[in-house]
Design a protein around this ligand. Structure first.
Ligand code: NAD
Length: 308
């Protein structure tokens, strides 16, 4: 039987992990937020004269994810006091503490090998009955669970939040053939009643439902812009404010999502489908060049819009 969720842990304190932890804190669930210890400096940090050691110490003590949650707009926390429900730590010192929680949500980089490694470690420390889920944007849930214990597989599923988690109501729940139906039913009611989400059950197909359609729409728009010779501002305006979507126009969405994550998500369909649909998911050269330059959007300070 699955545990009732009273305490949770989020693995990965990036754009989504921190946002999910904030949403859990907003509904009163104490949450442990863990990330890896950084192994390199960003260009900005180098320019500030930081050393790697300095960054690692700073990351443990101050935790940049919490700083971001307090500064970010729109605010991920309903009240700044909710931050007290988020406890931070790192994969090296605190992973064993996952044994204390009832739900472990993985939100690390969108790479199957990395996620599989993380779940192998989770399988060693979790207590039986702990629900484990992935926030993947579209990687196969079944592939991530390959090789894991029977109890893990029974309690494992996809819980796909949308960005920003406090504000976007959709939660896709993706079971595998091994997920216990009682766990699926529990997570559906937990998602609706406790997290306040609109829950949709999705099949374990590349990018599930919303991202299969959404990625397609964004890629078509970028290609149309290049072929038509339009500017980013023009396209953003006609796919945004002028049609009543003030905050979620094409390029602002891409900047908020993060170009690296978007490219992984688009490639996931490109690599896993055949036939007519495949070409529509090919990532345009423009986006690849931006990625090579580190223009990832809000998280790197530069994306389609120059000032974030
Ligand atoms: P992000 O790049 O902001 O954060 C990823 C985190 O993973 C970082 O904090 C990083 O330190 C950590 N990480 C990197 N390598 C690792 C490793 N080897 N082991 C453990 N942790 C590692 O990414 P994100 O946007 O928060 O995405 C996280 C997950 O959520 C991905 O699966 C992504 O597809 C999914 N997702 C993203 C969005 C979005 O809009 N960005 C929306 C829905 C779902």
């Amino acid at each position: 039987m699955a545990k009732r969720i009273r305490r949770a842990a989020v693995l990965g304190s990036g754009v989504m992990g921190a946002g999910i932890a904030a949403h859990l804190a907003n509904v009163g669930i104490p949450t442990l937020l863990l990330d890896i210890v950084p192994r390199e400096l960003t260009k900005e940090e180098e320019a500030k004269g930081w050393t790697l050691e300095h960054k690692q110490v700073r990351n443990r003590l101050v935790n940049q994810a919490l700083e971001r949650l307090l500064k970010q707009k729109p605010a991920p926390l309903m009240s700044k006091d909710n931050i007290a429900l988020i406890e931070t730590g790192n994969f090296e010192d605190d992973f064993h503490r996952l044994a204390e929680v009832d739900w472990i949500i993985e939100a690390v980089v969108e790479k199957l090998e990395v996620k599989k490694e993380v779940f192998a470690r989770v399988d060693e420390v979790r207590t039986p009955g702990t629900i484990v889920s992935s926030n993947t944007s579209g990687i196969s849930i079944a592939a991530m669970a390959e090789g894991r214990s029977e109890d893990f597989q029974k309690h494992f599923l996809g819980t796909h939040f949308f960005n920003p988690p406090r504000y976007l109501k959709l939660l896709e729940i993706i079971p595998t053939e091994h997920t216990d139906p009682a766990v699926v039913a529990y997570m559906k009611s937990f998602g609706e009643d406790v997290l306040g989400k609109g829950v949709v059950l999705a099949k374990d197909t590349p990018n599930f439902i919303a991202n299969r359609i959404g990625t397609y729409g964004l890629l078509v728009t970028v290609r149309e812009m290049m072929q038509g010779g339009y500017s980013v501002g023009e396209v953003d305006s006609v796919t945004g404010p002028l049609i009543g979507r003030p905050k979620s126009a094409t390029f602002r969405t891409l900047d908020v999502v993060g170009l690296d994550t978007f490219v992984h998500v688009a490639n996931n369909v490109y690599e896993n489908v055949e036939g007519e649909e495949k070409e529509a998911f090919r990532v345009p050269e423009l986006m690849k060049t931006m990625l090579d330059n580190g223009w990832l959007g809000s998280k790197s300070g530069q994306g389609f819009f120059l000032k974030q």
